[in-house]
Design a protein around this ligand. Structure first.
Ligand code: ATP
Ligand code: MG
Length: 405
């Protein structure tokens, strides 16, 4: 739980630490590029002693986004709209230059939104790793709460797997594997760092991609510190996203480091099949991807029938099968039976290193997913506890919150 005080935040032992006065509104960060390339100095990641963030003024961010003009919006989530902005603009607007940033603007003053904002600043502000998106800074003025990130050119994995239209090209197999490896590295870093961090919201929309499809995990609004050495889990209110959340966590509120591994398994299945973790537009019995597809993952022939048709059969069959077996391990119902993220990463690297040629396309008439191109809302999230009440009111795919564990 986060205790709010005036002007600064204090945290209990469940957050990464109190950032206290280091988040004073007068603190300044030197460069427009915020934390700079901290991970160039620490390629294997680092947890900084204090958040290394620039504090922006609201007019600065207004200017960066042409007054939050609608054509600068690149997405929207539970926190609010996400804008593309330009810093240090010295040139006329037609040829904008300078650092490109992504700005999230809280859409209401809900307490939940504020907590999420604080958690992002407390966690992500101190985390530095090539596979975690960089938080450049924030703005906290009057009724405005904003977060400023490095801009991720290729958007989210979700957009690439499920987006429609010509704008988004389907991802080839090798890029999917590269993204899985990057995301696994990010999670493994969180899990093995001194202060073990449980991410709690692993899903395709929180995996962002730079211009070279390097994956970076974003959104630390739900992150928690892991259990003390004598404990196997932390007990917490059930939050997250339906379809991705681990069964033990949903049932009991017991959050394990391995609960993240379950979410990773779900994303692997999404990458294999091109199907959403949860989709109520699918026929009854198929809404939950894992429950529906799991039996297909055990056998090579069955797996072939459920592989993403966007791959057009161009994937190495053995590697796909090995990835499916890895996904099954991640999806074990007992947290203890799941591999660690370090083991997951090693397996993915092993799969990548075997230079198997992609198989030739085949007739796939037995595909059980005849409906897969049915119209689906692009923004399709269902947090167990919606992050913003106002957002829930406007998005029917949000589910009612579950009782506190
Ligand atoms: N740093 C960024 N660079 C570029 N695009 C971004 C960045 N952060 C977010 N986006 C875009 O904005 C979209 C919305 O992101 P956001 O994190 O607000 O919501 P979400 O992850 O889709 O949903 P939820 O609120 O449930 O986590 C993303 O899907 C992505 O396309
Ligand atoms: Mg997100």
């Amino acid at each position: 739980m986060i205790i709010i005080t005036t002007g600064v935040s204090q945290t209990t032992s469940n957050t990464i630490s109190s950032v206290g006065s280091s988040l004073s509104r007068n603190s300044h960060f030197s460069a427009a590029s915020g934390g700079g390339s901290c991970y160039e100095a620490f390629p294997n990641g680092q947890i900084l002693p204090t958040p290394n963030l620039r504090i922006f003024t609201f007019p600065e961010l207004k200017n960066a986004t042409k007054n939050f003009r609608i054509d600068t919006v690149v997405g929207e989530g539970g926190f609010g709209k996400v804008f593309k902005g330009w810093l240090d603009e010295k040139t006329p607007s037609k040829s904008r230059s300078g650092s490109v940033i992504a700005i999230k603007r809280l859409s209401s003053e809900s307490l939940q939104g504020f907590q999420e904002w604080q958690s992002e600043v407390n966690f992500l502000g101190r985390l530095c790793h090539p596979n975690l998106v960089r938080l450049v800074g924030y703005c906290w003025e009057e009724n405005e709460l904003l977060l400023v990130y490095e801009f991720m050119q290729k958007g989210s994995l979700e957009n690439h797997l499920f987006g429609r239209g010509a704008v988004v090209q389907p991802l080839p197999w090798n890029i999917r594997l590269k993204i899985a490896i990057g995301a696994a590295r990010g999670l493994a870093f969180l899990h093995t760092s001194d202060k073990q961090v449980i991410y709690r919201d692993f899903k395709a929309s929180n995996i962002l991609l730079d211009g070279s499809y390097n994956a970076k995990i974003s959104d630390f609004g739900l992150a928690k510190l892991g259990p003390s050495a004598s404990q196997s889990h932390v007990t917490t209110r059930v939050m997250g996203t339906n379809g991705y959340a681990a069964p033990e966590y949903v049932a009991t509120g017991h959050l394990y480091v391995k609960s993240d591994v379950y979410g990773f398994g779900v994303v692997l299945v999404e990458m294999l099949t091109g199907l959403r973790a949860l989709d109520t537009n699918r026929p009854p019995g198929q809404h939950n991807l894992v429950e529906w597809i799991k039996p297909y993952l055990y056998y090579r022939r069955k797996l072939r029938s459920i592989m993403d048709s966007h791959l057009e059969g161009r994937y190495p069959a053995k590697a796909a099968f090995q990835t499916a077996q890895l996904a099954l391990k991640c999806l074990e119902s007992e947290p203890k039976s799941r591999p660690s993220m370090k083991e997951v990463l090693e397996t993915l690297l092993h799969i990548e290193s075997s230079k198997e040629k992609p198989r030739e396309p085949r007739n796939r008439s037995t595909n059980p997913r005849a409906h897969r191109h049915s119209q689906q809302p692009l923004h399709h999230r269902s947090p167990l506890h919606p992050k913003l009440d106002s957002y829930r009111a406007n998005h029917s795919s949000y589910l009612q919150g579950r009782p506190t564990a």
